[in-house]
Design a protein around this ligand. Structure first.
Ligand code: AMP
Length: 280
């Protein structure tokens, strides 16, 4: 177990981060094994491991769950200590947005910010990229680790780091799942027992799609759709892209992404596959 320091201000953070190399794992707390995997991946990458815990208001739309978002701070600190975190940075909203939420400079995610999740949640990625850019500026990490579970977010953060020359190595980690295939998410806590059962349709659809990959894109989408059509979930999208969210191409790495509302919560998931041409 490490000696964990919890800091809330930039001054405390600057003192705690030291002069060595730094790895950062940004989170919104309510930590589960998916977050812990990111921390374990990041631990050997730098002298100092910083985890941030901040429920970022600017990435929640009106009517979304900012107020109800699960907050389990004491348990989070314990899990961070167990995972070898040196510094937990848990700033206040005022410290992160001193000019207020409406009058702050924001990062424009570009066209990829308004497809898929961005189409359903307008402004979401603007909020995500803004808070991540601020965290990069405050923590000044050499490397930062994000989950493939939020695949579009990972792609956009990579693009931002490159486009804005932030000098941060952005690394991704595979999705951690429960035994029944459901991707771990802090929002799974909102699911009733029946909804949780229905929610497994997302990962089952992805696996069915991946199993049909050799037969080409139409077969992948048909196999995946067959699974989600069978359950009572409200599908937002089920789509294939290339690894950078562009058009998929036969014989290349491809991403199958799904999002659906299951009861109240909205869940997302994705899987990597290699498409065949679909021609015999
Ligand atoms: P969040 O606290 O939901 O903002 O997530 C913080 C980080 O954990 C993000 O980089 C997520 O992609 C990552 N993450 C969330 N759930 C999982 C999971 N099941 N497996 C791997 N990474 C995850």
């Amino acid at each position: 177990m490490s000696d964990l320091t919890m800091v809330r201000t930039l001054e405390e953070l600057t003192a705690a981060r030291g002069d060595g190399s730094v790895a950062l794992v940004p989170t919104m707390g309510a930590l589960h094994d998916g977050h812990i995997q990111l921390l374990k991946h990041a631990r050997p990458l730098a002298d100092t491991l910083v985890a941030s815990i901040f429920v970022n208001p600017t990435q929640f739309g009106p009517g979304e769950d900012f107020e109800e978002y699960p907050r389990t701070f004491d348990a989070d600190l314990e899990r961070c200590a167990e995972a070898g975190v040196d510094v937990v940075f848990a700033p206040t909203v005022e410290a992160m947005y001193p000019a207020g939420l409406d009058s702050t400079v924001m990062v424009d995610p570009g066209p990829l910010g308004s497809i898929l999740e961005g189409a359903v949640r307008p402004g979401h990625f603007r909020g995500v990229l803004t808070v991540v850019a601020k965290l990069f500026g405050l923590v000044r990490p050499d490397v930062a680790v994000f989950g493939e579970k939020d695949y579009q977010q990972l792609v956009l953060i990579r693009q931002m780091a490159q486009a804005l020359c932030l000098g941060v190595d952005v690394q991704g980690c595979p999705t951690v799942r429960d035994a029944d295939g459901l991707a771990l998410s802090s929002r799974n806590a909102y699911l009733s027992a029946e909804e949780r059962e229905q929610a497994t349709a997302l990962s089952r659809a992805l696996r069915a799609g991946a199993a049909a990959a050799a037969d080409g894109p139409d077969a992948v989408l048909a196999a995946a759709r067959h699974v989600v059509d069978d359950v009572r979930i409200d599908l937002d999208y089920l789509t294939l892209t290339d690894p950078d969210l562009g058009e998929p191409a036969p014989g290349r790495d491809t991403r199958l992404l799904v999002a659906a509302r299951v009861g109240k919560p909205r869940l997302i998931d994705n899987i990597g596959l290699t498409l065949g041409s679909g021609t015999p």
